[in-house]
Design a protein around this ligand. Sequence first.
Ligand code: SAH
Length: 345
Amino acid sequence: MLDIKSMTLEELKAEVAAMGEKPFRAGQLYQWMHVKLARSFDEMTNLSLAFREKCGSRFAYTALKTVRVQKSALDGTKKYLFELADGKLIESVWMKYKHGNSVCISSQAGCRMGCAFCASTIGGLERNLTPSEMLDQIYAITLLTGERVSNVVVMGCGEPLDNYENLMRFLTLLTDENGLHISQRSITVSTCGLTEKMRRLADENLQITLALSLHGAFDEKRKKLMPVANKYTIAELMDACAFYFEKTGRRITFEYSLIRGFNDGEEDAEALAGLIKHMNCHVNLIPVNPVNERDFVQPDTAKVAAFKNKLEKNGINVTIRREMGRDIDGACGQLRRRQNKLYLG
Ligand code: SAH
């Protein structure tokens, strides 16, 4: 069955015409799905029962089941564990900032990138999410919180550029003026660094922010954390980032998880500065979130501050990521991991 929520308005118009229905029905369906955020055809009350039934037999209609919600007592961050139609689990996070509400979504159930510090990858990749399942995370959270989402970050479970076509379609639908109409500039896509795909994304000429998970300034160290570093060198990554900036004019965000005694030294900060100081960029320092199955430890605050200082002395923009939802398994994939363990033992 066709996944109706992953279809563009144009595609839907063609489908509706093929069903022998009037063209404006496509617009109504689209509005129910992407503006009114209907969870089923049944909710589309200005459509006849006969037409709704016809749609029900022709199209699959995705909706997420909320398995768990955890609210942080520290900062109001909410973490959602959702179940997909086939029982797979994903997680999404809602964060409230002064400038608006931000949702962090997953792009895959599981992940096959194998980063050493990340909980999402422990059980490997289960499957790619469809565009509708990516949208559903934002729609469900909008309905559950009753608040508008203004920013979307694709930084949850999964490697978005490893699910490229679905990601593109998701971005088209999310930014569509007939849908939620989130501005491209309010969207960030984070990658562990698949250079061919980064270049392809640059060529799409979107105004979204690209975030690169660097986590190391030396190839040898990066390889210890991220298997993907065996495939692409840091030099290749820097070229791809420069290309992205050249094509889109959007400054790159570098994510750098600080791990005590591993990549938090002066020589690391120095090397990082050397790599990026000539670029139009921003660095997000993330004290590593301890994951049960891993024994990575955060540097103390003085060390984090020293690292930041070193970068700033080189004229680099740096923020230390506020640890949102620290008390609620805030790190990628931890909630899902815990639940899967309960299920699977
Ligand atoms: N696959 C994408 C997006 C998902 S991860 C990517 O690699 O960018 C989002 C960010 O959180 C990445 O920078 C990732 O490296 C980081 N991350 C994952 N687990 C973490 C942990 N335990 N502590 C700190 N950062 C973590």
